[in-house]
Design a protein around this ligand. Structure first.
Ligand code: UDP
Ligand code: MG
Length: 317
């Protein structure tokens, strides 16, 4: 008898009680007939509704289900990390709980994995049910990140992806606090492939990623993968100094050729002072952001705490 491989599906969730039962059903159905054994690890990221209760109940009935409860809301990226730390499977798939990532795509991810790809990301060819602002910001972010970061992150791929055991174990060694899992899975290398899918609208409930939270993730992504904003500060400094230099030359030449400086000039002075003051504050602030990242990382706190684990014990890493 050949050893069957295992696939662990990691579902990070925050208040998704209306979505979890359907997700569970569709996951089981999608994996029906696949040669891999299915495990489902639901990571509760500090939910306050009945979702954790529902998963705990399921975990008692179905040995393939496990509930991992974090001690509070640590954020989506950390919840994914907790899931990856908790299970030893041949491959994992990360999927959102709101059914925006259709579980029916998983067999395609698996097929690509069997071909030998070690990271298979699901790239959204369309996104339904999201505001134009979010779509616009997401599209701009992927393009800016692509240009600035020193990793080649595929555009328009979310966290929905399959990751091979080798890659998961490499990711376990990366303990940075401000994590951008999408970036990290590319940064570690290995053989990467993609499948395309249509992103559905949320099945029920509201987004847990309002624009400000998405902006924070984007900022975390940029600052943890790229020093480009710091370099841009330098260039801004060079540009302003050049402008200043040209102005000085013009003034000196004017003076030498007897041009009498008009006394008013108040508007231009105030404009320059405000402009330069603004640029300086902006740059100091940006520098501060990197310093505060350093400060937070240097504390080396654990990424999360687990308060409860329900379900059959699986092989741990
Ligand atoms: N989520 C989480 N912790 C958070 C925010 C979100 O675990 O602090 C989960 C959420 O329940 C969902 C997934 O992360 O399963 C993606 O969130 P959401 O669908 O709200 O984001 P969107 O798809 O709108 O960007
Ligand atoms: Mg969603």
């Amino acid at each position: 008898m050949s050893e069957r491989k295992t696939l662990a599906v990691i579902v990070p969730f925050l208040n998704e009680e209306e979505n979890l039962p359907l997700l569970y059903e569709r996951l089981c159905k999608a994996m029906d007939g696949q040669p891999e054994d299915l495990l489902m690890i639901f990571v509760d990221d500090g939910s306050r509704d009945g979702s954790a209760r529902w998963v705990a109940e399921k975990a008692r009935q179905d040995a393939r289900v496990q509930l991992l409860r974090l001690s509070r809301n640590f954020g989506h990226q950390i919840a994914i990390t907790a899931g990856m730390d908790a299970v030893d499977a041949d491959a994992v798939v990360i999927i959102d709980a709101d059914l925006q990532d259709p579980p029916e795509v998983i067999p395609q991810l698996l097929a690509k994995w069997r071909e030998g790809f070690e990271v298979v990301y699901a790239v959204r060819s369309s996104r339904a049910g999201e505001t134009w602002l979010k779509k616009f910001l997401a599209a701009s972010f992927y393009r800016v990140f692509h240009r600035m970061a020193n990793v080649d992150v595929p555009m328009d791929a979310g966290d929905f992806r399959l990751i091979d055991r080798k890659v998961v174990s490499s990711l376990r060694d990366v303990r940075e606090l401000h994590r951008f899992v999408r970036g990290l899975t590319c940064w570690v290398g290995f053989r990467q492939g993609a499948v395309f899918y249509e992103r559905a609208a949320r099945h029920a409930g509201t987004t847990k990623y309002p624009v400000w939270k998405s902006a924070k993730l984007a900022w975390d992504a940029l600052t943890s993968f790229s020093g480009a904003p710091l370099r841009m500060m330098t260039w801004l400094g060079v540009l302003v100094s050049l402008g200043g230099g040209l102005l000085v030359i013009r003034l000196v030449i004017g003076k030498l050729f007897g041009h009498v400086e008009a006394v008013p000039g108040w508007t231009s002075q105030v404009t320059l002072i405000l402009l330069l003051g603004g640029i300086q504050l902006l740059c100091t602030g940006l520098l501060g952001q990197y310093v505060s990242r350093l400060f937070e990382e240097s504390k080396k706190r654990p990424l999360y705490f687990i308060t409860e684990r329900v379900g059959k014990r699986w092989p741990a890493p």
